[in-house]
Write a new protein. Structure first.
Length: 328
């Protein structure tokens, strides 16, 4: 049987495809390549198309023995979601609805869906457990929470089993450095700081230095992309062995401030660069740190690359060997 990886040419999807292939799984990737990269797909079959195209999806399901889906496909930029919420409902809710309709039609009963820490909004305390209040403060987080609710109803009505890992900050690259993060435009902190270290940016802007944190900058929980990939595969095994549908956090449990990340990149790379203080970015909580005990207990998940220096080293190796990302 084969696993369909929707959005498998993107950052986290391509690393999950690599892990599945390493484990001898048959993989079918579906990606529009609107954001993803063909070269990021290291094997399996790649079908280029949009999940909202029902005829295209029928042909993929009909030509392959697919028994489960990992769904990464979404728009991911929080700032854009504030400017154009409808575009986010269209791609982050309607696309998953189309996927579920295709799964229902073709009798596929297991889905792992990418959720996010953004469902918690401004948490009252950290580390965040799954039962913390869900109050998204941007349309991006809201669309992910909406899908989690949609999945609950689909389980009740159609018996579709789901797992919704809520990731904190994905970072790092595959140990081979053959694949890594290549978002355009890039908005994530670690690749931006690395671009400054490589001399590709004049400076790094720190969005706010007046938060209620020890150094005044925001604290985040960075989780290596390979550990995320591993958790998705464990979640599929969990569902296939009869596990109940569930949402769960995926993070390292350690928080690093923006300033600490900048200092760590300087230490790992031996490079220095200009750092400017900028105003706060709208919708940024001061601290987001995961309590991932549920994923560890439920899936037997053990993140292996939780050293922030190693995470940055792996990203540095990818970016320096691919200064133009996949476009070379
Ligand atoms: P990405 O943009 O690199 O990958 C998404 C992929 O989906 C792209 O290859 C894109 O072409 C494809 N896609 C989008 N819409 C599609 C559609 N309608 N039909 C077919 N293909 C489509 O994003 P990523 O960083 O790998 O994130 C993957 C998932 O993880 C997203 O759902 C995101 O919301 C979630 N997530 C990411 C992070 C992070 O730190 N990157 C954190 C939390 C959650
Ligand atoms: N950040 C920053 N400068 C940048 C990009 C990000 O100061 O150029 C900060 C951002 O405000 C947040 C943290 O770095 O506090 C992580 O941001 P990122 O966009 O990587 O992930 P998010 O937590 O928003 O998902």
């Amino acid at each position: 049987m084969a696993v369909m990886v929707a959005g498998g040419a993107g950052y986290i999807g391509s690393h999950t495809v690599a892990e599945l292939l390493d484990r001898g799984q048959d993989v079918v990737v579906v990606d529009s390549l609107v954001k993803g990269h063909k070269q990021a797909v290291l094997g399996g079959k790649l079908y280029i198309g949009d999940i909202r195209d029902a005829a295209f999806m029928d042909s993929v399901f009909e030509s392959n023995p697919i028994d489960s889906v990992i769904h990464f496909a979404a728009d991911i930029e929080v700032g854009l979601s504030m400017k154009d919420p409808l575009a986010f409902y269209r791609n982050n809710v309607y696309t998953v609805m189309c996927m579920l309709e295709s799964m229902k039609k073709h009798g596929v009963k297991n889905i792992v869906f990418s959720s996010t820490a953004a469902v918690y909004g401004y948490p009252k305390s950290v580390p965040i457990t799954e039962d913390s209040e869900k109050n998204p403060v941007n349309p991006y987080g809201e669309t992910k929470l909406t899908v989690e609710k949609m999945l609950r109803w689909c389980d009740k009505a159609y018996g579709i089993k789901w797992a919704a890992p809520r990731y904190f900050n994905a970072a790092g690259a595959h140990e081979s450095a053959r694949i890594g993060e290549d978002h355009n435009p890039e908005s994530h902190l670690i690749p931006i700081v690395i671009q400054a270290a490589m001399g590709k940016r004049e400076s790094v802007m720190v969005f706010g230095q007046d938060y209620d944190t020890p150094d005044g900058t925001c604290i985040r929980d960075y989780i290596h992309v390979t550990d995320l990939a591993d958790a998705h595969i464990l979640a599929l095994e969990y569902l296939k062995s009869g596990g109940q549908s569930a949402s769960f956090n995926l993070g390292s449990g350690s928080g690093y401030s923006v300033t600490e990340i900048i200092e760590k990149v300087k230490e790992v790379t031996g490079k220095s660069f200009r750092v400017d203080i900028a105003p706060r970015r709208e919708g940024d909580p001061a601290r987001l740190v995961a309590d991932s005990r549920l994923a560890k207990e439920m899936l037997g998940w053990h993140p292996k690359n939780d050293d922030i220096g190693k995470i940055i080293e792996s990203a540095w190796k990818w970016h320096t060997t691919h200064p133009d990302g996949f476009n070379e």
